[in-house]
Design a protein. Structure first.
Length: 203
């Protein structure tokens, strides 16, 4: 199975809540031609104007379970009673077409994907394309300041996010690349440099 452009990347990006991951990923998709978000599957119902195949692939729990049984997912998890997962075929199709995929995912999901890709042969498109990046705040104090500055969370929620962030930060050494989001423009430039360097390695 060959890709049309053999340097296509599967970018797996994780960060604590409030580190600026979504903003950076959105800007990266805007600036790098051909890069798109990986569309995940979920068993929850669509919200608002969400469209099947665009925001998520909406599956029944029975269908999702059957796909788990058939080992069709690269990663999956249960969150608040609903299941979320990434289909191998979805990722492989994009890579074959030479499209870079970006996955905005938590450290547990990233760990699943890292293990799955590492277990594949070196010439497998998933193995070759995998690149993981951890986005970190400049300090935990700054992360707290950003979370409080949102003015959208209660004190209890902020404390929970900070507790989760401490655990997530301990996983950053498992990632190939670390980007500190102190200044947004500098962090974006660092991200773009990583993508360009990884592309060159695969030419």
């Amino acid at each position: 199975m060959q890709t049309k452009k053999n340097n296509a990347l599967l970018l797996v990006v994780s960060a604590p809540s409030g580190a600026g991951k979504s903003t950076l990923c959105n800007q990266l998709v805007e600036k790098i031609s051909g890069m798109t978000y990986s569309v995940s599957c979920t068993t929850r119902a669509p919200r608002g104007e969400e469209k099947n195949g665009e925001h998520y692939h909406f599956l029944s729990k029975k269908d999702f379970a059957a796909r788990v049984e058939n080992s069709e997912f690269l990663e999956y998890a249960e969150v608040h009673g609903n299941f979320y997962g990434t289909l191998k075929d979805t990722v492989c199709k994009a890579l074959r077409e030479g499209r870079d995929l970006i996955m905005d995912i938590d450290v547990q999901g990233a760990s699943q994907i890292r293990s799955a890709c590492a277990a594949l042969p070196e010439d497998d498109p998933l193995h070759k394309s995998f690149v993981d990046i951890f986005i970190a705040p400049p300090s935990m104090d700054e992360l707290r300041r950003r979370l409080c500055g949102r003015a959208t969370d209660t004190d209890d929620v902020i404390e929970k996010r900070m507790h989760n962030a401490e655990a997530e930060m301990k996983q950053r050494d498992a990632y190939k690349h670390l980007v500190i989001n102190d200044q947004l423009e500098t962090a974006l430039e660092n991200l773009m440099n990583i993508v360009h360097a990884e592309h060159k390695k695969r030419l």
